[in-house]
Design a protein around this ligand. Structure first.
Ligand code: AMP
Ligand code: MN
Ligand code: MN
Length: 327
């Protein structure tokens, strides 16, 4: 159980702080399909650095889901114009360079790349790498950085950090939640955040369209290997029928894992042009990061994913074949 950072990580944090404080400008970039940990980390770090009068830009690599429009500072998220000089580039919550999608080109332009992440599959692509697979979330690492800089946790920063950590720990329930996670959460609660406002926005805000999609999707639930594997496929046809968007599939895969006999929950999302995004969650013993890496994806032991050019039927068959050895 994680209680504190290792000395090696603390050293990387100090190096990063020195570089940030002496930077000409700082760009912080999101990953594709940004989640609560990613956006909460960007906005807390970005606003903390701005409070030090640094020249900070926060870049989106994809559309921002409506779910996170409540985050203070979300209006800072912008597109890179392709021209701006980049001194320090900070990549958050991304296991490898491809996770930042269209903004990958900035990696070659930047004078210095700082990689801050908690994925077991991280490739250490930065000049400075603050990578801790034992951290519950990138938000947890950003908290340590902000504290080390002596920056006060404002209500805005606290709201973003709490969102980041709560998102990636399933509201402090998943295995990655440590004693340190709770200590940080306690400190954030003392920073005068509105916990109820955050929780309602994150967990009690499901739209009617999303609820209807949930019901339709669950009707197509398939179970394999003595009900240990649950699979749901979301096709474009299903989305149209439910008047929903792919964004509305959020939460389905964790719901599947909650079914008693289920060890591995899988959602297959069919985007246009045979582009299938797969999300996997496990409960007790299956390492889904390992399975995802077989398909050139990545993630964590209990939550991982990958994207392939295939059909729902084909990918389902090869997943079931892979799972045979794990289940
Ligand atoms: P998701 O299922 O999209 O919520 O992602 C679960 C975890 O797997 C996250 O921590 C992601 O960073 C990781 N992940 C998802 N898709 C990919 C991918 N294509 N490549 C690497 N990691 C991924
Ligand atoms: Mn993420
Ligand atoms: Mn994360």
């Amino acid at each position: 159980m994680k209680t504190k950072m290792t000395e090696a990580i603390e050293k990387q944090i100090n190096l990063a702080i020195e570089q940030m404080l002496n930077s000409k400008n700082i760009y912080i970039v999101s990953h594709v399909q940004p989640d609560g940990d990613n956006l909460g980390s960007i906005l807390s770090l970005g606003q903390a650095l701005k409070s030090k009068n640094l020249d900070v830009f926060m870049l989106k690599s994809d559309e921002i889901p409506n779910d996170f429009m409540f985050l203070p500072g979300i209006e800072y998220m912008m597109d890179y114009d392709g021209l701006g000089y980049v001194d320090v580039l900070i990549v958050l919550d991304s296991g490898d360079e491809n996770r930042i999608g269209k903004n990958k080109e900035i990696l070659g332009k930047a004078n210095l790349v700082i990689n801050i992440d908690h994925h077991i599959s991280n490739t250490y692509f930065g000049d400075i790498n603050i990578v801790d697979k034992d951290a519950s979330s990138t938000g947890e690492l950003v908290f340590e950085i902000i504290k080390s800089m002596g920056i006060e946790i404002s209500k805005e920063i606290g709201t973003c950090l709490y969102t980041a950590i709560s998102s990636d720990t399933g509201s402090f329930m998943y295995d990655n939640t440590s004693a340190r996670t709770h200590e940080i959460a306690a400190e954030l609660l003392k920073s005068n955040i509105d916990k109820s406002y955050i929780n309602i926005n994150l967990y009690q805000n499901r739209s009617l369209e999303r609820t209807k999609l949930f019901i339709t999707a669950l009707n197509s639930l398939e179970l394999y290997y003595n009900d240990k594997v649950a699979i749901v496929a979301i096709t474009q046809e299903l989305l149209e029928k439910s008047n929903a968007t792919m964004e509305d599939t959020e939460g389905i895969v964790s719901f599947l894992r909650e079914i008693s006999p289920v060890e591995v929950a899988i959602i297959l999302k069919e985007f246009h042009g045979e582009n299938i995004k797969v999300s996997m969650r496990s409960k007790k013993y299956v390492d889904v990061a390992k399975i995802s890496s077989y398909f050139s994806g990545g993630g964590h032991v209990r939550a991982a994913g990958f994207t392939v050019n295939s059909t729902v039927g084909k990918i389902k068959a090869s997943l079931l074949e892979q799972l045979k050895d794990y289940i």
